[in-house]
Design a protein around this ligand. Structure first.
Ligand SMILES: Cc1ncc(COP(=O)(O)O)c(C=O)c1O
Length: 444
């Protein structure tokens, strides 16, 4: 049975022009592998959209959903359920210190919408929010306004008022044209300047490691400085861990890498390992106390959906049983070593960076480090070198997720060394495409 025709004709392919979209007819998935109707298999080298952290077809998680369905399929969020209590208990064991109360929704976008609304309610009349240019926080009005990347351009000028963007700690292409460590982490100090000059700022929202915009790991000083600056300026710090949470970096949450305690944490994707759609907004005791005598003016019909929440304890149990945090740390050194070898071999690889099972490979097209693709290209729907590489890899049985000038390696956390080798060998091969472009530009 071929589903691609009806899917393509009567539903939208997102973040793309519709012409040229030929979705592959996927019929099943197991572990780190996807299978199509032609009997071909594909290694899932990016966990789809960096979200299928436990891999596909995990029987224990599926069983938790079956049990959840048999218990209570749906009740209004005004009721208490066993699923909600169990999800809370499990979450409290793993979230960063200080996170005390949760709002449950169904996506990362909604988790961020809630976080921003909460920060404005708590800090009223302060209403501004600081975010970074290279960021993605979701696709609805507030979350898209917070987003820095080119996807925001489509919704302007109808954005949420009061968003102020700052440059990011992107040392490979420092927006301030400085060099680490001599820079004194000027990009963090600049946030202090912005908070003081802007006034009326309720919150700063940041991905601890920039995800979809290139897996940018900040220098070690950066986030502790940002945390100190937000405290000094009486501004809430929201950590968007939609992508970086849930073992991706070898820690439950990426803020743990730097010992940061956010006022608000948002997460989704790995929270249910994506077996069902969940979003979580976790807040500190101080914020939760504020709402004792103030209206918590937010909610959804599918908020705290009992079947959705039944996945959370099952997923957390599975992470623990499989000792995935240790496994990720072990695989991290292996991926790092192999990626550095690949970088040595290919002129077109400008940078490899990452941590855990979260790595970015940034491609350049000449000696001047010109990126192989830009936000403008993506905005105009122009096919890029990265698209050629991802198609080539798909033809050779490896699914990988790419950005304007980078590839994101973020396989299911259960991946083994042989599978990592398969993915990296195909990548090594595919990089002849960008190498060729590099050589052509050099000979011009
Ligand atoms: C850091 C970050 N925040 C928010 C989102 C939005 O999450 P969702 O697509 O579940 O709405 C994403 C999605 O990729 C993300 O990477």
């Amino acid at each position: 049975m071929d589903y691609s025709e009806i899917v393509r004709e009567h539903s939208f392919g997102t973040w793309r022009k519709q012409s040229g979209w030929k979705p592959i007819n996927l019929i099943s998935a197991k572990g780190s592998w996807l299978y199509d109707d032609k009997g071909r298999s594909y290694l899932d080298f990016s966990s789809q959209l960096v979200n299928v952290n436990l891999g596909h077809g995990n029987e224990r998680v599926i069983k938790s959903i079956e049990e959840g369905l048999m218990d209570v399929q749906y009740v209004s969020p005004a009721f208490a359920t066993k699923a909600r209590a169990n999800a809370i208990k499990s979450l409290l064991e793993v979230v960063p210190k200080g996170i005390h109360k949760f709002f449950f929704s169904t996506s990362g976008t909604e988790a961020n919408e809630a976080a921003v609304k909460i920060s404005k309610l708590v800090k009223s009349p302060k209403y501004k929010v600081v975010s970074r240019y290279r960021s993605y926080h979701g696709s609805t009005l507030a979350s898209m306004s917070l987003t820095g990347d080119y996807r925001r351009w489509f919704t302007e000028p109808n954005s949420m008022p009061g968003v102020v963007r700052v440059p990011e700690p992107y040392c490979f292409r420092c927006p301030l044209k400085l060099k680490y460590p001599d820079c004194g982490i000027a990009c963090a100090n600049y946030v202090d300047y912005v908070l003081k000059q802007e006034g009326n700022v309720s919150a700063v929202i940041m991905e601890p490691i920039t995800g979809t915009n290139g897996v940018v790991v900040p220098p070690k000083e950066y986030l502790p400085m940002i945390r100190k600056i937000t405290k000094e300026n009486d501004v809430l710090f929201i950590a968007d861990e939609v992508m970086t949470g849930w073992g991706r970096t070898g820690e439950w949450f990426a803020v743990n890498l730097w010992g940061i305690e956010p006022d608000i944490i948002t997460t989704a994707k790995g929270a249910s390992a994506s077996y069902l759609p969940v979003g979580v907004t976790g807040v500190s005791k101080e914020i939760s106390d504020f709402f004792e005598d103030h209206m918590f003016a937010h909610g959804h019909t599918f908020e705290a959906h009992p079947v959705v929440l039944s996945t959370i304890p099952a997923v957390i149990d599975e992470y623990k049983k499989l000792d995935l945090l240790s496994h990720v740390k072990e695989m991290s050194s292996y991926v790092e070593k192999r990626l550095n070898e690949i970088k040595e071999k290919h002129k077109s690889v400008g940078d490899v960076r990452g941590i855990g099972l979260f790595w970015g490979v940034e491609l350049i097209k000449d000696d001047k480090m010109t990126p192989v693709g830009t936000y403008e290209d993506k905005y105009n729907g122009k096919p890029t070198t990265v698209d050629k590489i991802t198609s080539y890899m798909m033809e050779r049985g490896v699914y990988i997720f790419g950005g304007a000038s980078w590839l994101v390696i973020s396989p299911p956390l259960i991946i083994n060394k042989e599978e990592i080798d398969k993915g990296l060998n195909v990548l090594d091969d595919a990089l002849q495409i960008s190498d060729q472009e590099f050589h052509e530009n050099r000979s011009k």
